[in-house]
Design a protein around this ligand. Structure first.
Ligand code: SF4
Ligand code: SF4
Length: 125
């Protein structure tokens, strides 16, 4: 599965809220796949990924908030020690994200300005 770095966070904190019904349905299915098959290989990419595929903010293959998203991706990639082109099992990526971001000050530094932050902050994994 192809994912951009910061989606390793969003997938774990997802509680059924998305940009629109299509996006939410799609993301629900992805989260279920990863929950049921944690060994799924994740290819880290720096462009539109599996979640972006049906996002209303995906404008012809380019995120409408690209600057913000690229900054988050860079911060997450650094904190997790991953880079575009790399690959690892979902369970390893998810666990690194919990240890290096959710359980540290990196969480507010990376996600503090996101519209979903208050929801994600209070969502238990
Ligand atoms: S706060 Fe935003 S970027 Fe961070 S995990 Fe939640 S939805 Fe994703
Ligand atoms: S297109 Fe942009 S806003 Fe939509 S899921 Fe992808 S990164 Fe997020």
């Amino acid at each position: 599965m192809r994912l951009r770095p910061h989606h390793a966070l969003c997938i774990q904190k997802f509680t059924g809220h998305g940009y629109d019904d299509r996006f939410t349905e799609h993301m629900t299915a992805i989260c279920e796949t990863l929950r049921n098959s944690p060994e799924t290989k994740v290819n880290i990419i720096s462009s539109c990924d599996e979640l972006c595929a049906v996002c209303p903010h995906n404008l012809a293959g380019k995120c409408a908030t690209l600057e913000k998203v690229e900054a988050m991706d860079a911060q997450v990639a650094k904190a997790l020690g991953v880079r575009p082109g790399g690959a690892l099992p979902w369970e390893a990526l998810a666990s690194q994200a919990r240890k290096n971001i959710f359980e540290t000050d990196e969480f507010i530094k990376i996600c503090g300005a996101c519209q979903w932050y208050d929801l994600c902050r209070t969502t238990k994994i």
